[in-house]
Design a protein around this ligand. Structure first.
Ligand code: ADP
Ligand code: MG
Length: 356
């Protein structure tokens, strides 16, 4: 009898390189985004002839390769020329003009930032940058609290392309006119990957991440189906890792359908758990949205205050956006009308959770 044939010994692992399932891992080549990368490259091309570039607005739902596509283009610029500086800043982390300037100084290797104000810092930055051409990527740009940095760059950096990335198509409608009119943005939509593409991407990662042939097809199909349904490669990567860990826990040499099921459940739970871990104020806001789904952002804020909410509009706004990023709610932005631009907030968690 071969009772223990499929048992994993203590020094074995199903993972060949677990890091390949990290979100930050950069698979090469990046498949299925050639059209988008060419569009990005077209905007930047004039910089190679020392002319001004175009600016681009990039949008699409989370987890479909917007960040990766831009970073790989920046990487290629760096490999090709020293005459173009490439700058990547995530506005989730650097969410004010001052923080953006400090980050620019760090990227440019300028250290004497202490006791300097924003204007002083920008003076140094533009002097360095105007010796060359520059590509700026401002990722998750909707998270920035003010946009003076964009205005300054538009006015005072001469040869540049500015790429703005966000999950929200209509974000641009809310941008101040003085900035929007100067940006003259080209638009580039990233659409979710279809079944075949999602499969190709996940298979590429599996090849890097797992020992050959450990993942049974039934397990893979389950994870693939869920990733396509969620339109999110990131969720696919998380499930693959969880399924692998589940199999290892059973000391199994194979990742089977049961392991994939556990991974799906866990993904559902992590949604629930993070709802339990939400800050009290965010939970309070989510509670209001749950009872008043399809509400305008402004009305929601009024309700929030009436019910005893204490934070400023700005913090409130950030919390609602965070809830949207974590997929507890969805935001729909509508432009125009006498009221100007409005955002509708919708409750989504119930639907998400019942899917699992
Ligand atoms: N075409 C692709 N090929 C390989 N990996 C991809 C591809 N598109 C997305 N990914 C992976 O999916 C994850 C999410 O991609 P990311 O660029 O961060 O999404 P977004 O910025 O749209 O939210 C990352 O781990 C990334 O490496
Ligand atoms: Mg991104």
């Amino acid at each position: 009898m071969a009772l223990f044939k499929d048992m994993l010994s203590s020094d074995e692992s199903l993972f060949r390189n677990e890091q390949a399932l990290d979100f930050a891992f950069q698979p090469k080549p990046m498949k299925y985004r050639e059209v988008q990368q060419r569009h990005i490259a077209e905007c930047i091309k004039p910089l190679f002839q020392a002319r001004n570039g175009k600016n681009l607005f990039i949008y699409g739902v989370p987890g479909i390769g917007k960040t990766l596509a831009c970073n790989q283009v920046l990487g290629e610029i760096e490999e090709t020329t020293d005459e173009i500086v490439s700058v990547y800043i995530n506005c989730w982390h650097k969410n004010t003009t001052f923080k953006v300037y400090l980050e620019l100084c760090a990227i440019l290797g300028y250290r004497l930032t202490q006791n300097k104000g924003g204007d002083e810092l920008f003076k140094v930055i533009k002097e360095i940058l105007n010796k060359k051409a520059v590509v700026f990527v401002f990722d998750e740009v909707d998270k920035a609290e003010d946009f003076d940095f964009l205005y300054s760059i538009l006015e005072e950096v001469y040869k540049k392309s500015i790429l703005l990335i966000t999950n929200y198509k209509d974000w641009v409608l809310n941008l101040e006119e003085r900035i929007r009119s100067r940006l003259m943005l080209d638009q580039l939509e990233f659409k979710p990957y279809n079944l075949k593409e999602t499969e190709g991407i996940l298979r590429q990662r599996i090849e890097y991440a797992f020992v050959p042939d450990v993942l049974e097809d039934a397990a893979f199909q389950l994870i693939l189906k869920k990733a396509v349904e969620l339109e999110d490669i990131r969720a696919g990567l998380t499930m693959l890792r969880e399924a692998g860990l589940s199999a290892e826990n059973r000391s199994s040499r194979k990742i089977i359908e049961e392991d994939a099921k556990k991974a799906l459940e866990k993904l559902g739970e992590s949604n629930l758990q993070s709802s339990n871990e939400l800050e009290d104020d965010s939970k309070f806001i989510l509670g209001i949205i749950k009872n008043h789904s399809n509400i305008k952002m402004g009305d929601l804020f009024k309700l929030y205050q009436e019910k005893g909410g204490k934070t400023s509009y700005r913090s409130f706004f950030r919390r609602v956006n965070k809830l949207a990023d974590d997929k507890f709610v969805s935001l729909e932005k509508k432009g125009g009308g006498i009221e100007g631009n409005i955002t509708i907030v919708k409750y989504t968690t119930v639907k998400k959770l019942s899917e699992f």
